[in-house]
Design a binder for this molecule. Structure first.
Ligand SMILES: [Zn+2]
Length: 135
């Protein structure tokens, strides 16, 4: 694994998978050069890094939307987009998107869960009285 500035950026942003994070952490501890580079990145961020790359990462601009993640889950996207999202989730290991996806899966499970479904129906029934009557 070659550790570049981009790798260190991903490390700081917590965008690496667990194994890579451990590798980077170990390498930084063992290499004075990487240690200095990491410190300089953190220092430049503290000064307010307004480079396109920094804004891109900070604002999660490479992240798929929640709707896309939902379609990804249903495999209702074109294969290229599915590949990209898979890469984003599994290789980049974006924690924000992983959390979003697992939330989508939970939400779906609760809708197919009979108890939750019954509550949902009850809620709909009860809210009917609040709706204006059809003439
Ligand atoms: Zn993401």
């Amino acid at each position: 694994m070659t550790i570049t500035k981009a790798t260190l950026d991903a490390f700081i942003d917590d965008h690496l998978n667990e194994q890579d994070s451990i590798r980077v952490e170990k390498a930084v501890r063992e290499s004075q050069e990487l240690n200095t580079l990491l410190k300089s990145i953190i220092a430049s961020r503290d000064m307010g890094d307004h480079s396109i790359g920094a804004i891109w990462r900070r604002e999660h601009l490479s992240c798929p939307t929640r709707e896309e993640l939902s379609s990804y889950k249903e495999e209702a996207l074109d294969p290229q987009r599915i590949d990209y999202i898979k890469f984003h989730l599994e290789t980049v290991g974006c924690k924000a998107c992983k959390a979003n996806l697992s939330d989508l899966i939970c939400t779906k499970n609760s809708l197919t869960n009979p108890d939750a479904n019954e509550k949902h129906q009850q809620f709909l029934e009860n809210s009917k009285i609040l709706l204006p009557k059809k003439v």
